[in-house]
Design a protein around this ligand. Structure first.
Ligand code: AMP
Ligand code: MN
Ligand code: MN
Ligand code: MN
Length: 276
């Protein structure tokens, strides 16, 4: 069975490795089919594709789109997109502009909590001038000794209810799925267990995602326990959605599940790659 890893990040969003280094590392670790899925960005795909092909891997153009559904932030992984699609490019650019505006509000919120200079501090960790995210703030909070790890930065500062968290309106679900469809890609609901929804709300989300044109959910993700993988395998079958698999790798020292480290999809789940 070929080994798939359909979710990971490079320096074109909040990962630590260049797109070429991500591809080379994936190949060394035995990945056969790789998708690079940077947050709200497609600028790393050409470099990753060239390195992937050089290493004898199959490469899938991807991205991870930030979406607001009611009061919940969702991530939708796009797979098999045409990165040159104008509608997709404009949509992603609008999300990135929103990120910059949000970053100023995060910095104001941190300043009020006694962490000055966070916008400039986070910007020093930005590796793509067009994209700033909470991970960059997390690295600054570690650097300045407010926390010891990026994980603690999220626990103590950057998540709902904590100083340094601000609400934000991302793309809507119909917008995001529309851009992905326009670009000829498949839409995958990323790491569904991360949203911590009660069962009825999760069923509402999965039904609405499918009815809006969603294709698949991540059954296997580094964010999922084995029990959650089993649960989402069942959900995929129940809702007629395909199943995907991705490590969500961000780089050495920040991700404990490495590229290609996922088990096989549970039996009975139709893989998102069935027609590739
Ligand atoms: P953003 O899209 O800017 O809101 O940032 C989301 C990113 O922050 C995710 O893709 C992860 O890379 C990172 N992240 C979110 N929650 C956590 C957490 N609890 N621990 C470590 N990293 C996290
Ligand atoms: Mn990330
Ligand atoms: Mn995500
Ligand atoms: Mn991700």
């Amino acid at each position: 069975m070929p080994r798939y890893d359909l979710h990971c990040h490079s320096t074109h969003s909040d990962g630590l490795l260049s797109p070429a280094d991500v591809a080379r590392r994936a190949a060394q670790r035995g990945v056969d089919v790789l998708a690079l899925t940077d947050h709200d960005e497609v600028s790393g795909l050409a470099e990753a594709r060239a390195a992937a092909v050089d290493s004898g891997m199959r490469f899938v153009d991807g991205a991870e789109l930030s979406v607001s559904w009611h009061d919940v932030t969702l991530h939708v992984v796009a797979l098999g997109i045409d990165p040159g699609c104008a509608a997709l490019q404009q949509g992603l650019a609008s999300i990135r502009t929103g990120r910059t505006e949000r970053a100023h509000r995060i910095a104001d919120s941190l300043a009020a909590a006694g962490v000055p200079g966070a916008y400039e501090g986070a910007s020093a960790y930005v590796t793509n001038d067009r994209l700033i995210g909470r991970t960059h703030f997390a690295r600054y909070l570690v650097e300045t000794g407010h926390v010891r790890t990026t994980k603690a930065a999220f626990q103590n500062y950057l998540t709902a209810g904590k100083p340094g968290y601000v609400a934000h309106a991302w793309a809507t679900l119909p917008q995001a799925l529309g851009w992905i469809r326009c670009a000829g890609g498949q839409s995958v609901l990323a790491h569904p267990a991360r949203y911590r929804l009660e069962a009825p709300r999760m069923r509402e989300l999965l039904g609405e995602f499918r009815d809006t044109g969603g294709d698949a959910i991540e059954v296997l993700s580094s964010s999922h326990t084995q029990a959650q993988a089993t649960e989402f395998a069942r959900h995929a079958r129940m809702f007629g959605l395909l199943g995907s698999s991705g490590s969500d790798y961000h780089g050495p020292g920040e991700s404990w599940v490495d590229l290609g480290d996922m088990p096989e999809l549970p039996v009975g789940v139709t893989p998102v790659w069935k027609d590739w």
